[in-house]
Design a protein around this ligand. Structure first.
Ligand code: PMT
Length: 219
């Protein structure tokens, strides 16, 4: 029997890294594998949701049944996210979005030059903050915070500054957890409470995260 607690609920999830091009052959990116975001998509599908999965470039297969929107840059991810957000009941930002992009993407391959080179970068839009700022059809908005120090403090800062409903703090300094690992551990924060989810595989954690969201939804 398929579960139906999220029947008629649309969940939009961002996953994976973004790529910020320098020129036609190079980019700046990060180590996100997409595993955590894809596990969230899988859990939401299992619970009967309609799932939009906005994904940066990853090497894993999407869960069957998800509607996949493949993107590369943060700007592309933002445009897709904002199109889908207001028709979503839940929005989860699990992607590792580049905070900056290259100011001037070179049209031709950059040639080797002197001993140093500098790249000017400009700030990317904050996707999850833009979703949380929607005034019409704002989804229940959940962020992640990947931190290597002051994890809880920084995560709570992001919860507040981005006006999120919930944030999943991810200590990515821990061996064998976080980026490109099969296991993870999270601390969930809401404006007035928190919950620790100890080490588990990403699929189990994803299900716990969704159950905590569901408890707080007013359908
Ligand atoms: O993909 P995996 O290999 O499975 O790894 C999982 C993960 C470590 C990537 C994941 O668990 C995680 O922590 N994702 C968030 C990574 C991140 O970029 O965190 P951040 O603290 O920089 O960003 C905070 C929040 O703002 C996130 O919800 C992020 O999606 C969002 N953001 C950030 C920058 C930006 N320009 N727009 C955003 O929406």
């Amino acid at each position: 029997e398929p579960a139906t607690v999220l029947a008629d609920v649309t969940v939009t999830i961002t996953a994976g890294p973004t790529r910020e091009a320098l020129d036609p052959v190079r980019f700046i990116s990060n180590h996100s594998s997409g595993k955590m975001g894809y596990a969230l998509a899988q859990a939401a599908l299992f619970l009967g949701a309609k799932v939009n999965l906005i994904s940066g470039p990853v090497a894993i297969a999407p869960p069957s049944g998800a509607e996949v929107f493949a993107v590369e840059s943060a700007i592309q991810m933002r445009d897709t996210a904002l199109k889908l957000a207001s028709e979503s009941d839940i929005f989860i930002g699990c992607a590792a979005v580049a905070d900056y992009r290259v100011a001037q993407v070179a049209e031709q391959k950059i040639k080797k030059q002197g001993d140093e080179m500098n790249i000017t970068m400009v700030k990317n839009p904050d996707i999850i903050a833009e979703v949380a700022a929607l005034t019409k059809h704002r989804p229940y908005t959940v962020g992640f915070a990947a931190e290597t120090q002051n994890v809880d403090q920084y995560a709570q800062g992001k919860l507040k500054n981005k006006n999120l409903d919930m944030i999943c703090a991810n200590d990515v300094s821990r061996q064998g957890l976080g980026f490109n690992a099969d296991n993870n551990a999270l601390t969930l924060f809401w404006p007035d409470e928190s919950l620790e989810l100890p080490v588990a595989d990403k699929q189990a954690l994803a299900m716990s995260v969704l159950m905590e969201i569901i408890k707080r939804l007013d359908y």
